[in-house]
Design a protein around this ligand. Structure first.
Ligand code: PRP
Ligand code: HPA
Length: 171
């Protein structure tokens, strides 16, 4: 685990002065590390009833699609505005460095489907809170939100339903 942690690099003052950005591209580019990360996260969910993964644009797609493949389930895309072709439900939310809007197709789930949200990083929790709201408003049942890494000092998990957050690495 320490190996995975140490391959993520810090980029000071990105995308704004004062933010130390955790750059996961170094982990993604290393085949062994990418494989290990997916196996370790998937291990937690093998044997649980999960109907769909929800992947959050853009880095969440990388984690989400590999997890969906490993678990043998489908993936639903949560995207930045104007990218999804069918009717969508939208949420605007605050980021650590600005605001953004996310969308999901309104027919993404059957009622009561069990959903695992996947993203690379939990920072303030603004993004994933919006995704949880989208998932719940469409009648799906949230299993958990899974992250590669969590920035503990930003306390994003306090904004999320209790016991519904799993992060492989903590900073
Ligand atoms: C990043 C990251 C998470 C989110 C975490 O995405 O991938 O989705 O921010 O921050 P939060 O917990 O404070 O909301 P970003 O919006 O930078 O998009 P990207 O994946 O397209 O680079
Ligand atoms: N690293 C990567 N993604 C992020 C960060 C970060 O530090 N903060 C918000 N999204």
């Amino acid at each position: 685990m320490e190996e995975l942690r140490s391959i993520i690099r810090d980029i000071p003052d990105f995308p704004k002065k004062g933010i130390v950005f955790k750059d996961i591209t170094t982990l993604l580019a290393d085949g062994k590390s990418f494989h290990r990360m997916i196996d370790l996260i998937a291990h937690r969910y093998i044997g649980q009833k999960i109907d769909k993964i929800v992947g959050v644009e853009a880095r969440g797609f990388l984690l989400g699609s590999a997890l969906a493949y490993k678990l043998g389930v489908g993936i639903v895309l949560v995207r930045k505005p104007g990218k999804l072709p069918y009717k969508t439900l939208k949420k605007t939310y605050d980021l650590e460095y600005g605001t953004d809007t996310l969308e999901i197709h309104e027919d993404a789930f059957q009622p009561g489907e069990r959903v695992l949200i996947a993203d690379d990083l939990l920072a303030t929790g603004g993004t994933v809170t919006a995704v949880v709201e989208l998932v719940e408003e469409l009648g799906a049942d949230l299993v958990e939100c899974a992250f590669l890494a969590e920035l503990d000092f930003l306390k994003g998990r306090d904004r999320l339903p209790e016991n519904k957050v799993f992060s492989l690495l903590h900073f």
